[in-house]
Design a binder for this molecule. Structure first.
Ligand SMILES: [Zn+2]
Length: 262
């Protein structure tokens, strides 16, 4: 990662603010898309508890949240801390990508790609399903990244479909025979939403780094998967957040990882 530091960090600060504003838009997407609420109408955000429209000066990323002490000004209901968290996260992601790519076309592409992946991740966490069109948008955006390889994207898609076939067979047949858990008979090893993300990983990172990103994602997903299984008796763990995290980590630290590998 090469840090292009401005004299006083003003560029980084401005980029962070821009990221915060996009983060506030991602909050709208995460909240409205799965519920099919229009993005244009109602134009302004509203309190999820009392449906009061939020005034523009109450809707400034982070600032309003701290001024309102995390409460709706009308009904005093707590605003879930996930909202400022997503704003902070988006701001941070934007600055990190900027530090790597500088102000370039690739920076814009990768920032938008990770905005889409962030939106998908939080929707996946909440609903364990994601809108198809958002996956397609993510895949289409990644194609514009200058190092994107179609061959690798297709290779990864093929590999993951085959792998899924085997793992699903294992879960539905072998694991079922051992555990006699009826739920397993219909369980697929992955959500269909994971396949386009894996294609993005292959296309953006290439074969070597792409495999590392997916292995990393699998490692990161182990703990929540065990937690879900044991404590919530839930056999499904959303995988898109971990794939996105793996992609982000390997994308940012690609030079370091290549150096370690060689
Ligand atoms: Zn309210």
């Amino acid at each position: 990662m090469t840090l292009k530091k401005g004299k006083d960090g003003l560029a980084e600060f401005s980029i962070f603010i821009v990221g915060l504003i996009f983060g506030s838009f991602l909050n709208v997407l995460i909240y409205r898309l799965p519920q099919n609420i229009s993005l244009i109408n109602p134009k302004r955000s509203f309190c999820p508890s009392c449906n009061t429209q939020i005034k523009w000066y109450e809707n400034i990323p982070l600032l309003s949240y701290s001024l309102l002490k995390g409460k709706c000004s009308k009904c005093k209901q707590l605003i879930p801390p996930i909202y400022p968290f997503i704003e902070m996260l988006t701001g941070t992601i934007t600055v990190i990508i900027y530090s790597k790519l500088g102000l370039s076309f690739d920076f814009i592409i990768m920032a938008i790609l990770f905005y889409v992946l962030t939106t998908l991740s939080f929707i996946d966490f909440k609903y364990k399903a994601v809108p198809d069109y958002l996956l397609i948008i993510g895949l289409l955006i990644s194609i514009f990244y200058s190092n994107f390889s179609f061959i690798n994207a297709l290779l990864f898609t093929g590999a993951i479909v085959l792998l899924e076939l085997f793992v699903t067979f294992y879960i539905q047949n072998i694991k079922y025979k051992i555990t006699q858990d009826e739920n397993l008979l219909t369980q697929k090893s992955m959500g269909d939403g994971d396949i386009p993300i894996v294609a993005i990983i292959g296309g953006v990172l290439g074969i070597k780094l792409g495999i590392i990103a997916i292995v990393l994602a699998a490692f990161l997903a182990i703990i929540p998967a065990i937690y879900n299984l044991l404590l919530k008796k839930d056999i499904e763990t959303p995988f898109i957040p971990f794939l996105s995290l793996g992609l982000f980590f390997v994308f940012i630290f690609d030079n370091l990882i290549i150096r370690i590998l060689n």
